[in-house]
Design a protein around this ligand. Sequence first.
Ligand code: ZN
Length: 502
Amino acid sequence: MEAKLKELKTRLHEINDLNAAAAVLGWDQSTYMPPGGAPARARQMATLSRLAHEQFTDPAIGRLLDALRPYEESRPYDDDDASLIRVTRRDYERLTRVPAGFMAEFQTHTALSYQAWTEARPRNDFKAVEPMLEKSLDLSRRLADYFPGYDHIADPLIAFADYGMKTADVRRVFDELRQQLVPLVKTITAQPPADDSCLRQPYPEPMQWQFGEEVIRRFGYDFQRGRQDKTHHPFATKFSIGDVRITTRFQENYLAEGMFSTMHEAGHAMYEQGVNPAYEGLPLASGTSAGVHESQSRLWENLVGRSRGFWEYFYPRLQQVFPDQLGQTALDTFYPAVNKVEPSLIRTDADEVTYNLHVMLRFGLELDMLEGRLAVRDLPDAWQAGYRADLGVAAPDNRDGVLQDVHWFAGTIGGSFQGYTLGNILGAQFFEQAVTAHPSIPDEIRQGEFGTLHTWLKTNIYQPGRKFTANELVERVTGGPLRIEPYIRYLTAKYGQLYRLA
Ligand code: ZN
């Protein structure tokens, strides 16, 4: 058994090395690569991914997993080796169910579809991508059908990102949340919007960079095991537990973009930096689901970074960095500005209250298409109708409507959006639990101290990596299932005070 486990780990380490090398190439492509490198880089990354996929779906892995089953079952559920075997088996079964030929067809299609989208969006040309989307929908359905026995056709697609969550669970949680959110948004937007003009002034990029790094260093992002670079669409990426990088972007005339994007990506990266080092190079060594990952980025970005306490400490510092822009602006003006609620067209620019309405709308449209109740050609109209009904806004064109997000044009239709809202819900649930365990946390944040919170997150959320599913993790950490109440309590308290709601 020891020898078999050793062989499994050796193989998994090699597969990890291929994937990590592909990730380095991907990071370079998004940061420093000259345009001329694009064709070769796409091929190089595809080669590494193919080799990793071939090695992982090698029947020898299946035989090792079978041979190790008695060993796994003889050990406690949360034992490291038992968990490694269990999680590797889940990955193996998922990847071996999908024929290589289908995967190749899917990847070729998504590469073409992505390319078509990058050209169609600036031209506002939905017709150009309509046949692409129809094929994506067909491929998404076929992919789901490799996992028969589902309750809903979106279940297998959701399982890729948020394993353990089913369509019915997500729909129930979203329906409950919508009932609470829609009236809250209505009440807030019946009032005059917060004045955020203080954020919309010239803010030189080097100082934005400096302030952002100062904040995330204080959060606990480890620059000995990470670095920050510039990109078009910010992301975090991991090559090993000792090298987790983030990227950011700045607008020189809008302070919030770079500042909060830096905090957001640092939240993702701190999760990956905090995984138990003993899992290095193995399938346990990463965040457990899209929802839990997003809970960690949103926790630092919003629950900490947009809190009054955080700015009581950091606003004087920010005023020092930008004396001309903010020297005469009071905290009582700045704090509402960074928490301005306003129904808008673009998901990624949305405030934390209306954001979820953008996500739920997309989730609903995905289900409608997968269930055959909505045809791709009718998607732009359904999109517009949804925005008018839920947010009271209408996009002037498809560019800022149905063409705004890359997801449906670079992957499956279904399974790609629910994690954002699950993350908002879970972030509040975890944060509330941390404060229950350590009531000093809010006062510490007010003093620019994040050690107690970061240590709690490391111990409870980061360290287990993928050992537990999202549902298991929530149960272990909070003593119950995912619940929207902490999130509603958080929003109601914060925006009730900001907008003086009854
Ligand atoms: Zn994120």
